[in-house]
Design a protein around this ligand. Structure first.
Ligand SMILES: Cc1cc2nc3c(=O)[nH]c(=O)nc-3n(C[C@H](O)[C@H](O)[C@H](O)COP(=O)(O)O)c2cc1C
Length: 305
């Protein structure tokens, strides 16, 4: 069975990956999984300088979903390079480092840090985190604006030859336009979706459940919307689309690929079931066998919708 997928200059052994922010930097999951057998691990987003994140509570369960408002807490890229990246690179999986910044220059500086022996297999540009603000405005994301999206992607593209994936927000009117802007900027692929804006209220206590009031919704609750976003992006660009949002099973992986995803990332499921990755990949392979499909890539966009 051929499960390989190539994005930019990087070939991945299989199309099922772990999503940013839900899998630590890989090492936390060693007791549950053989990390080397994973298609890829996308690290927690790192920024130029260390970030404290948002006030607690930062997680609340909702019907079929999870709301989070972590706010990109991380130790900063230099510390990450020293303490986490070497292990992930040695583990045998493909290391995708997720980076974010408050300005275009910060994105470029982060990408420039990831060179030489610190070069990952790919960089994922997180221009879509719902839990941080820029330009002084809350809920104002770089990836809500096609001009800013193209500008950031092309600046990073000029600064690195590493495979570049751009992660998009679903909190837009037409995700196809944003995907096109990322493609015009020189992205090798787009990944979508990041979380949907949301909030939960504790009516008894008459207060919001999250310390930051609003957060990002993930998990099975968002899967139907994420599938549509993947289909819309697939119909708008010629670069690969990576599907993210509510994946719980191997048949969910197939569903995203049928809608146009070349690879997928599973997120929230890792928090509920730490060994989920192994099961999802096994189920996906069983699906392919059941359907007598020898190349996973043959599924991509097969729905033609
Ligand atoms: C607790 C938590 C933290 C997350 N942190 C990040 C992050 O640092 N960077 C990022 O790009 N996405 C982050 N995400 C979004 C996920 O990578 C993914 O896009 C989203 O959760 C949808 O997929 P899922 O429904 O499978 O979780 C986070 C999601 C959760 C639940």
């Amino acid at each position: 069975m051929d499960l390989k997928v190539t994005i930019g200059k990087t070939t991945f052994e299989n199309p099922v990956w772990a999503a940013s922010g839900t899998f630590g930097n890989g090492d936390e999951f060693q007791d549950f999984l053989n990390i080397g057998e994973m298609g890829a691990v996308v690290t927690k987003t790192v920024t130029l300088r260390k970030k404290k994140g948002n006030p607690p509570p930062r997680l609340v369960e909702t019907p079929s979903g999870l709301l989070n408002s972590i706010g990109l807490e991380n130790k900063g890229i230099r510390c990450f390079k020293k303490e986490d990246l070497p292990w992930l690179k040695r583990s045998g999986t493909r290391a995708i480092v997720s980076i974010a910044g408050e300005t275009k220059e910060e994105f470029v500086k982060c990408a420039e840090e990831l060179t030489g022996r610190h070069r990952p297999d790919a960089i994922e540009l997180n221009i879509s985190c719902p839990n941080v603000s820029h330009r002084g405005g809350k809920h104002c994301l770089f990836s809500q604006d096609p001009v800013i999206t193209e500008r950031i992607v092309s600046a990073v593209r000029r600064s690195t030859g590493t495979t570049l994936i751009v992660k998009l927000s679903p909190n837009v009117t037409d995700i196809g336009i944003i995907a096109e802007a990322a493609q015009n900027g020189g992205a090798d692929a787009v990944s979508l979706v990041n979380t949907y804006f949301g909030m939960a209220v504790d009516a008894e206590e008459m207060r919001p459940c999250l310390g930051n009031v609003t957060g990002g919704l993930s998990g099975p609750a968002i899967r139907p919307m994420a599938l549509k976003a993947v289909r819309d992006a697939y119909n708008s660009v010629s670069i690969p689309v990576i599907g993210v949002g509510g994946i719980m099973t191997g048949t969910d992986v197939a569903g995203f690929m049928l809608c146009g995803a070349s690879a997928v990332q599973a997120g929230t499921v890792n928090l509920v079931e730490p060994a989920a990755y192994k099961r999802i990949l096994r189920e996906f392979i069983a699906y392919l066998k059941r359907k007598k499909i020898n190349r996973a890539g043959d599924l991509v966009g097969k729905l033609r919708i």
